[in-house]
Write a new protein. Structure first.
Ligand SMILES: Cc1cc2nc3c(=O)[nH]c(=O)nc-3n(C[C@H](O)[C@H](O)[C@H](O)COP(=O)(O)OP(=O)(O)OC[C@H]3O[C@@H](n4cnc5c(N)ncnc54)[C@H](O)[C@@H]3O)c2cc1C
Length: 482
């Protein structure tokens, strides 16, 4: 009797944020299982429509998938780009084939993907489908205590890197049900953004070790120089073009070098923040410390619109917002400064601008994003309150105004002594440079000094309160690594 498809046992490799062919436990598994295998990435309409998703993320994912597909095709295997909700996909495919194992990596995502995974797990359990979810970058699901966390993280970083032999993967074709749509990305490659994929990730990592790391520590906060001297690995880590383990081992022999050491310590911070988010996922919606819940209650849409468009009248802020919009990247200090400006100088609640930034950061990673935005808005009660003075930062980190001139073209002809504070030009000077403040470029939408003092007072009033201190103690107990 011929075998019906329903009797054929298959495995499914469900790529999520592990978009690589090297050091991938899912691929290693199917090279050993011998089962016919379906390789998929699911572009879910609900995720695409969510307020933190942007076409730039989809493009990066799509480019990464094309890179994987190229490699799979060399071995007569294929990757399918699915376009429907994950649950629907698994329901339909399980009507057609007997699914034995689904392989993926644990996703430290937002509430939407977390809830999705819970419903998928329930479905798999109802059909006796074995879902093997591998650990992501040393993050431990359901962790009760941070005791020995660093030790365990290091053990994971030092463990063996997998190199799968694709020849061993069963090549029998597994067909997608005809009711399932495939995803086609219409947006094209954009040279202003880092391109996605394992191949590019390795170009970035190699060039960083070869030469770009020189000056890493010196240039890390400078808006122009950091674009070269920083590793620029963040989107490749976010989408798993590289695993943290691969990066750790690639650089470990050079860890005597101070710049490399500084870089590697940040790789660990990354995982620390991800762990923190996995332990307390409600920080996507709520202040980590509820003592700060009602301090910023006046939402000013208009002020935030000017901030978003880079029309605040503060050149370094405007340059950052426009640069981020057009390239998807800013270094750490500039990210912290634009958040500080919105949260302190404009006194706006982070919940009203976090999605905008999530969309704009090409490397958007909820675990780092929400922790950082809350820290920079000073609503955790455990971190030092830092209000970045944009003019001081501009003078120190972009002294020649190179970065400002590149992104705020209205200020291109302004002499360097006024580029950081064009509102200080006299009428005669404005005429000399054929420039009129308020017409060619806006006056500042807020007084930096006054708003800073007011914000500090308000924040410290809460920080000193017994409510904030008690909650802060519990936060430290929960999240500090031992
Ligand atoms: C408000 C705000 C939001 C942020 N959102 C994100 C985000 O969504 N995704 C993201 O990857 N980073 C985020 N960061 C952290 C940091 O700004 C970026 O990781 C860094 O700028 C990326 O550039 P790079 O790869 O050249 O970093 P490098 O300096 O070369 O650092 C190497 C790697 O270490 C990690 N890293 C560096 N700095 C930090 C940090 N402070 N905290 C945690 N991990 C770090 C990143 O994975 C980075 O790729 C955010 C920072 C702030 C202030």
């Amino acid at each position: 009797m011929p075998l019906s498809k329903k009797n054929i046992e298959i495995d499914i490799v469900w790529f999520k944020k592990d978009l690589r062919t090297l050091d991938n436990k899912s691929l290693e598994f199917v090279s050993n299982s011998g089962n016919p295998t379906l390789f998929i990435y699911i572009f879910e309409p609900s995720v695409i429509d969510s307020p933190d998703c942007d076409p730039r993320h989809l493009r990066f994912i799509f480019e990464s998938l094309l890179d994987i597909q190229k490699k799979l095709r060399k071995f007569s295997l294929d990757l399918n780009f699915i376009n429907c909700e994950a649950l629907k996909f698994f329901q339909e495919i399980s009507n057609k084939y007997k699914i034995k194992n689904v392989l993926s990596y644990e996703e430290i995502g937002n509430n939407l993907t977390y809830k999705r995974d819970k419903s998928i797990l329930k479905f798999f359990q109802s059909r006796s489908i074995n879902w093997i979810q591998n650990k992501t970058n040393g993050i431990i699901r359901g962790l009760r205590s941070r005791k020995n966390w660093k030790k365990k993280w290091l053990e994971e970083m030092k463990s063996e890197i997998l190199i799968t032999d694709f020849e061993f993967i069963n090549k029998q074709k597994v067909n997608i049900p005809s009711s399932i749509k495939s995803f086609n990305f219409i947006d094209t490659f954009d040279k202003n953004f880092q391109p996605g994929g394992e191949t590019y990730a390795w170009m970035y990592i190699r060039s960083f070790l070869k030469s770009r790391h020189v000056g890493y520590s010196k240039n890390i906060s400078r808006p122009s120089e950091s674009r070269i001297s920083c590793s620029r690995l963040s989107p490749y880590i976010t989408y798993g073009n590289l695993s943290s383990k691969q990066i750790y081992q690639f650089f470990s022999r050079s860890s005597k070098n101070r710049d490399i050491r500084n870089f590697l310590s940040r790789l660990q911070w990354r995982c620390h923040f991800m762990q923190k988010f996995d332990d307390q996922p409600d920080m996507e919606f709520n202040n980590i410390n509820s003592a700060y819940d009602s301090i910023r209650n006046k939402y000013d849409k208009n002020l935030l619109l000017k901030w978003r468009k880079g029309e605040t009248g503060i050149p370094i802020i405007d340059a950052c917002m426009r640069c981020l919009d057009q390239t998807g990247y800013l270094n750490f200090r500039m990210r912290a400064m634009i958040v500080s400006f919105a949260a302190f100088n404009l006194w706006q609640d982070w919940k009203n601008f976090s999605h905008h930034l999530a969309k704009k950061f090409l490397d958007y990673e909820p675990g780092i994003h929400y922790s950082q935005i809350q820290m920079q808005s000073a609503v955790t009660g455990i971190n030092t309150v830092r209000i970045y003075n944009p003019v001081k930062n501009s003078l120190e980190l972009d002294p020649s105004g190179e970065f400002i001139k590149k992104w705020v073209l209205e200020l291109k002809s302004i002499p360097v002594e006024y580029i950081h504070e064009p509102w200080k030009m006299t009428k005669i000077e404005q005429e000399m440079y054929n420039f009129s403040i308020g017409d060619n470029y806006p006056l500042p939408i807020v007084d930096i000094e006054i708003s800073r003092k007011e914000a500090l007072e308000k924040i410290w009033r809460i920080k000193k309160s017994s409510k904030s201190k008690t909650i802060a103690k519990n936060i430290l107990k929960k999240h500090v690594n031992k």
